[in-house]
Design a protein around this ligand. Structure first.
Ligand SMILES: Nc1ncnc2c1ncn2[C@@H]1O[C@H](COP(=O)(O)OP(=O)(O)OP(=O)(O)O)[C@@H](O)[C@H]1O
Length: 773
């Protein structure tokens, strides 16, 4: 068992089985009274907030623009509050502290006070709740007794006490009751397709990370199942609570490895009362860019290398060039020359301004046009000619436009990056660091669609290129057209409805259409803005990030206030990290610190120990790991005589696990993990075996729902970060394969179950993967 405070605390008391006249029953009744009061107060607040929201909405769409925007802001505020009060329904209160001075404090999801502002419930994130997570018998922190309350649908079901200061507890006349163990009960519970919060049972080493200061970069390294994801999410909620003013304006960005993973965790923050966090994957980082294509791991690795910042800089420079010879120009019948020396000077001057390419172009063009204008005036024989007119002539001249563009071409990030992959000469010119073989791997036909690893390159390109005036102008044009359309629409409304009665004109009405949109929250504005600077960034499965992805993230939080969560032994991306120092130094120098999580709360000890032995034998950089619990018969190794028996055997075992773990209450999930090449065969075998066991209809129900299904067949990459009650791993040796990330793939796969792992194999098992006995 782990040496965590709640387990280390001495327990006294009676077993938690209520009987008539039982002290537990009396305590349950007493706590039920408190819980009823708290829910009653919650209901009152909900009703009051609803009433305010209704009142604001009743005001309707009239009033001055300022009134309207204030009203919208209030409506958003009340809507958020209603959503928050609704989201804390489940397990509103889960703890109680009896302090040595005789006072009592209840701990829950949010803070509640009565109408006189007397505290009823302490928010778990408040300093006053900290000892609920941190106090130990050795350091009771003024706590006599800590009590966990288990509730379901507003009903108190169980009580479990830790006596931290025996003398104080006795002196206060408090009784101590021993329950099943809140932590163990929650670890053994059946899993659903969504991650749950751990707010009632956060352990000390986790709490220290959750409440660490906002500033700086904190790396949380921990083996599989140590609660890194849970901690990252609870830390996000904590930071939003403790630094609300600052983070409300700047926002928090949460980066996960895949959409499936974000889906898996997407209920945790709302259940903690927080909804304003932008969550994304690297692939979805750029507004307006949609990833539609996939690529080999090897190609992704090449594109993730840090050298791309130099390659892209060079690619941009290639669009700023001195012509091979002087260029002849004809303007209004006059022969002029764009001299190489003039272009070189203007280029040098524009570059010295250190502005992005597209933004610096205006200065360059002005400089060049100025030089040609002087020549033009001379050619006209009129040194006194009006300069503005001369410049106008030059701007209208096609020759001049072409010559200036050739020297300094405005370009979009998409075009710059696409050209590198579709025009080999462009890549060869920009990327001498890459071998010819690597460059050949990157080549692709035009219009192939963006891949995930293109996104950091597009982001870097956008940074180097800056805003394109031409694009801005196009946008302004669009806005003007929209305004005209609004005006036209408003005229029609006035005409057809006879509304306005002369009191409102079409322009005013059009203005209302234009600014009548919803008030955007910080999160919405941030998500739509590539250059938004977030107040904090949380990165999960951070070991997968390539150097280019890191650059994109650091740009989004220049203050480098980061929580970086991951495990360098579970890295599956070829361009990912095997050491935090190597991954982070280029971006954070030495301004980061590491905290370790060492207790595995997911996988039974027998399975975790086997997985660890395998990982060590495969020389993965594993960190310390002990397991919070073990489960009988947690590991099964099943050898089949022939390769073609793998799929049917896996299916049989998966069906058996379904029978054991899938429950009518909606909990219990089974995953079969296979190499992509075996997915089809295993899925077919499983579908048939399940239909044979439970009938086709029930089998269909169990298998449907994509990633949310009760029974799924997934690849090692897809199971990353997820967990299931039972996992069947098919042919472990094949998962290890001979690729560079195979050992990590298997380590990830072996550490997904909360109750049982079945390894079905024909080939010998990889070294270390044996039953610990
Ligand atoms: N203090 C806790 N109380 C209850 N459950 C916990 C606690 N800490 C972690 N868990 C549970 O352990 C499981 C693993 O947690 P989590 O997914 O956060 O681990 P992880 O370190 O991110 O794992 P991996 O690296 O394997 O993806 C989850 O079911 C989580 O709810």
């Amino acid at each position: 068992m782990p040496d965590t405070p709640q387990d280390a605390a001495p327990r006294t008391g009676t077993p938690a089985r209520p009987q008539a006249g039982d002290p537990l029953e009396a305590e349950l009744a007493r706590e039920q009274g408190v819980v009823d009061t708290l829910y009653g107060r919650l209901d009152e607040l909900r009703e009051a907030t609803w009433e305010r929201l209704r009142a604001v909405r009743r005001e309707g769409p009239s009033g001055s623009p300022q009134n309207r925007s204030e009203r919208d802001a209030f409506a958003t505020l009340y809507e958020d509050r209603v959503a928050q009060l609704r989201s804390v329904e489940d397990r509103l209160v889960f703890g109680r502290l009896d302090l040595a001075d005789g006072t009592t404090r209840y701990v829950g999801r949010i803070g509640l006070t009565d109408p006189d502002q007397t505290p009823l419930l302490t928010d778990w994130r408040a300093p006053a709740a900290q000892s609920f997570y941190r106090a130990t018998a050795a350091h009771p922190d003024d706590v006599a007794r800590r009590r966990h309350l288990t509730t379901r649908r507003r009903q108190v079901l169980g009580i479990e006490d830790d006596v931290l200061d025996l003398a104080a507890t006795e002196q206060l006349g408090l009784r101590a009751l021993a329950g099943e163990g809140a932590l163990l009960a929650s670890l053994g519970a059946g899993r659903t397709a969504r991650m749950h919060d751990i707010v009632a049972t956060i352990q000390r080493e986790q709490d220290e990370i959750i409440r660490a200061p906002l500033a700086g970069t904190l790396v949380v390294q921990g083996g599989p199942g140590t609660g890194k994801t849970a901690v990252a999410l609870h830390r996000t909620a904590y930071l939003l609570y403790a630094h609300r003013r600052q983070l409300e304006r700047t926002g928090v960005l949460l980066v996960g490895p895949s959409r499936a993973f974000l889906h898996y965790i997407d209920q945790v923050l709302p259940s903690l009362g927080e909804t304003g966090v932008v969550s994304t994957t690297i692939a979805d980082l750029l507004p307006g860019v949609t990833v539609t294509a996939t690529e080999d791991a090897e190609v992704a690795e090449i594109k993730g290398r840090a050298v791309w910042s130099r390659i892209l800089t060079r690619a941009v420079r290639a669009r700023e060039r001195v012509p091979a010879q002087d260029v002849r120009l004809v303007v209004e019948g006059q022969e002029l020359v764009l001299r190489r020396g003039d272009v070189r000077d203007a280029l040098g001057r524009a570059r010295r301004a250190h502005r992005p390419h597209n933004e610096a172009r205006a200065g360059f063009a002005r400089d060049v046009l100025g030089r040609i204008a002087a020549q033009y005036a001379e050619a006209l024989g009129d040194p006194e000619a009006d300069r503005a007119e001369l410049l106008d002539d030059l701007r209208r001249s096609r020759d001049v436009r072409v010559a200036v563009n050739l020297a300094w071409l405005p370009i979009t990030p998409a075009r710059l990056v696409e050209d590198l992959f579709t025009k080999p000469h462009r890549l060869a010119e920009a990327a001498p660091e890459l071998t010819a073989e690597d460059r050949a791997r990157l080549a692709r036909p035009a219009g192939s669609g963006w891949t995930a690893s293109d996104v950091p390159l597009l982001d870097e390109a956008a940074e180097l290129l800056g805003e394109d005036d031409a694009l801005d102008r196009a946008e302004a044009r669009e806005r003007a057209e929209q305004a005209a359309a609004d005006l036209e629409y408003a005229r029609q409304v006035l005409e057809s409805s006879g509304a306005g009665g002369g009191l409102v004109d079409a322009e005013t009405l059009a203005g209302r259409f234009a600014d009548g949109g919803p008030v955007l929250t910080t999160a919405e504005r941030a998500a739509a803005d590539r250059t938004w600077a977030y107040g904090h960034v949380v990165v999960d499965e951070a070991q997968e990030l390539t150097p280019m992805a890191w650059r994109a993230l650091v740009r989004r939080c220049p203050t480098r206030s980061f929580t970086v969560v991951g495990d360098v032994a579970q890295t599956t991306a070829l361009g990912g990290a095997r050491s935090w120092a190597a991954a982070l130094r280029p971006h954070f120098r030495d301004a980061w610190s590491v905290s370790e999580l060492t207790v595995n709360y997911r996988t039974p000890a027998t399975v975790a120990d086997s997985a660890l032995r395998f990982a060590r034998a495969a020389h993965l950089p594993v960190s310390r790991l002990s397991s919070a619990r073990d489960v009988d018969d947690a590991l099964r190794l099943v050898r089949v005589a022939r390769t073609d028996e793998l799929a049917p055997a896996a299916a049989t075992h998966a069906v058996e696990q379904v029978g054991e773990v899938v429950r009518p209450d909606g909990t219990g999930r089974v995953a079969v993990v296979v190499e992509p090449g075996r997915r089809r065969a295993v899925t077919d075998a499983l579908t048939a075996a399940l239909a044979g066991a439970v009938g086709p209809e029930r089998a269909g129900e169990l298998l449907q729902g994509g990633a949310d299904a009760r029974v799924v067949v997934l690849t090692p990459v897809e199971v990353k970060g997820l967990e299931f009650d039972a996992v069947v791993v098919v042919e472990p040796a094949e998962i290890v394969g001979d690729g560079r990330s195979g050992a990590s793939d298997l380590y990830v796969s072996l550490t997904r179950p909360t109750r049982r792992l079945v390894a079905v194999h024909h080939a010998d098992l990889p070294a270390g993967l044996v039953d610990a006995g």
